[in-house]
Design a protein around this ligand. Structure first.
Ligand code: MTE
Length: 309
């Protein structure tokens, strides 16, 4: 079906991207194509625009992005998610938004993306395990959603939760992590323009192994902050618990900002291996805040980043 919503427009104008289509919408789009009215309203809504926040680094291939994953709900090895994630039902999907907000509720994904401008954000992505990729996400600022539900002044953090569905997620039938996977951000981090909810990659709906149908992406932090397959977003007053800092608090902190000066207790964070670079490619130096220092350093002014790692 993917060619249904691709077009030949240049990426610099409007990149045709697909976000989230339920089956009926896909059928409608296919019908519109068959009838020859390609630029119908159903398709126009799916376009994404290029973003000034994109890096000009060369993106990894979709093959690489979808076959080297961390998604423990589907197993521990890097290829387990590609093998197993097909069992996850992602349509219909809804997200419960609550806590200290004016309009709490359970919102269907189609409502969440309705009227939202989807952007193509090519971001560096750095895992705490010292590998990295460049990923062309399709998404929109988390702030857009938070503003729509109205965050109350007493809310200082945002907590996120992945779907809990052991019948479809074999990892959740084991005790490798406490389930569901949970994450959190400080409110100013959540509201930062670089922080997005992503619904696709390369103009395709989010592959299941990458966190379909909607996931967080926080490009200046280690990848484990970028929680997948989100079903719950809660505005809270206190710093919420996060999965990896609960598992190993001396190794994984709440902040998890990419920082070449602060090593993981068991390995160096000074350099990283770019996936797809080939067996003999040189490691590359890790950049402070993963290269987003200009944009985000101000958030941490005066903080000891060794203490708040
Ligand atoms: N979210 C959930 N629910 N479960 C996970 O195991 N792994 C995290 C993060 N989000 C994870 C998750 C880690 S460690 C990384 S590096 C990224 O997802 C990997 O994202 P990718 O597979 O799309 O590259």
């Amino acid at each position: 079906m993917s060619q249904v919503y691709r077009s030949d427009l240049k990426e610099s104008d409007v990149t045709p991207k697909e976000v989230y289509l339920n089956r009926r919408q896909i059928m409608t789009a296919a019908g519109a194509l068959a009838a020859g009215s390609i630029a119908g309203p159903a398709l126009a809504k799916l376009a994404t625009v290029a973003s000034p926040y994109s890096t000009d680094a060369k993106p990894n291939t979709l093959q690489e992005i979808t076959n080297y994953n961390n998604f423990y709900e589907f197993g521990l090895s890097k290829t387990d998610p590609a093998d197993n994630a097909h069992t996850l039902t992602t349509d219909p999907w809804s997200v419960e938004i609550g806590g200290l907000v004016d309009k709490p509720g359970t919102y269907g994904l189609e409502d969440i993306v309705k009227g939202v401008t989807l952007e193509n954000r090519i971001y560096r992505f750095r895992c705490v395990e010292a590998w990295s990729m460049v990923i062309p996400w399709d998404g929109f600022p988390l702030k857009t959603l938070l503003d729509r539900v109205g965050v109350q002044p007493s809310a200082k953090f945002v907590a996120f939760q992945t779907v809990l569905r052991p019948s479809e997620m074999p990892g959740q039938r084991t005790g490798i992590l406490p389930w569901p996977y949970v994450e959190g951000l400080r409110m100013d981090e959540a509201m930062h323009p670089l922080t997005i909810l992503a619904t696709g990659i390369y103009g395709e709906p989010m592959p299941k192994q990458d966190g379909a149908p909607i996931r967080l992406v926080v490009p200046w932090k280690y990848g484990f902050k970028s929680i997948k397959s989100i079903v719950k977003i809660t505005a809270v007053a206190e710093e919420p618990p996060t999965t990896w800092s609960q598992m190993a608090p001396n190794e994984y902190g709440f902040y998890a900002n990419v920082n070449p000066q602060v090593d993981h207790p068991r390995w160096s964070q000074k350099s990283e291996r770019r996936i797809g670079g080939g067996l003999f490619a040189a490691r590359q130096p890790t950049l402070m805040f993963n290269g987003y220092e200009k944009e985000v350093a101000g958030l941490y002014k005066g903080m000891d980043l060794r203490k708040f790692f």
